[in-house]
Design a protein around this ligand. Structure first.
Ligand SMILES: [Zn+2]
Length: 224
């Protein structure tokens, strides 16, 4: 199915590629932290511009165009987050670095599902993020929660989720549909290797009353 665009997607892609080429040269661990911080700021300018364009297109109901801009805006944010992860690692903020990486993976998955063009490059990028996870962080244990959702609403139309036609994870007029859960009856929590949510991880281990951070292996001082 070919989508019709009112804006020129080639121009958008050209600009995006320029921005990304520059950012990717900086998103290497050995590059100076001050250059990486500067690049984070530069990307913000580009992201803000795209956000304005997306909202303008949405008010004109140019849905395909607004969705396309969402993808580029989100991709720029992911690269910006990758830089933030590198800065966090250098600043010894390991838990923050982990959370940023997990968010990048989730957001990139969303873009890949909604991207209207061939997405091989994005799949490679997802692999790069996976490689970060496997080489920079220890093998982690996660929790998975099972339960019964009692109340949730659709982020697009605010109706009860399931009572409208919107589907979570899909784009509608430049906005991502999410299922916002407001009430859940928790039934079980189990330890798993492949969780739905990698933020939900084991933070520390405890042996003989001594707590050890799962990421840094530092002893956690529990005296307060
Ligand atoms: Zn809805």
């Amino acid at each position: 199915m070919t989508k019709i665009y009112l804006i020129n997607p080639n121009e958008l892609i050209h600009d995006f590629n320029e921005v990304v080429d520059k950012a990717q040269k900086i998103a290497i661990f050995t590059v100076g932290i001050e250059l990486q911080k500067k690049e984070i700021e530069d990307l913000q300018e580009y992201i803000d511009n795209l956000s304005i364009q997306r909202k303008e297109l949405a008010t004109k109901n140019n849905g395909n165009d607004a969705n396309l801009i969402y993808c580029f805006e989100r991709l720029a944010m992911i690269i910006q987050s990758e830089l933030k992860m590198l800065v966090s690692l250098k600043e010894d903020k390991m838990a923050i670095a982990w959370d940023i990486l997990v968010d990048c993976q989730v957001h990139l998955g969303t873009v890949i599902r909604n991207y209207p063009f061939e997405s091989d490059n994005l799949e490679h990028y997802l692999q790069r993020l996976h490689n970060y996870e496997k080489t920079l962080f220890p093998k982690m244990s996660f929790f998975s929660t099972g339960g019964f959702v009692k109340q949730s609403f659709c982020s697009i139309c605010k109706k009860d989720y399931g009572s409208c036609d919107h589907i979570k994870g899909k784009l509608y007029n430049g906005e991502l549909c999410t299922r916002n859960i407001t009430e859940i009856e928790l039934e079980e929590v189990s330890l798993v290797e492949n969780p739905a949510n990698k933020h939900c991880r084991v933070l520390h281990t405890e042996v003989n009353g001594i707590k050890t951070d799962a990421l840094t292996l530092r002893k956690i001082n529990t005296k307060s």
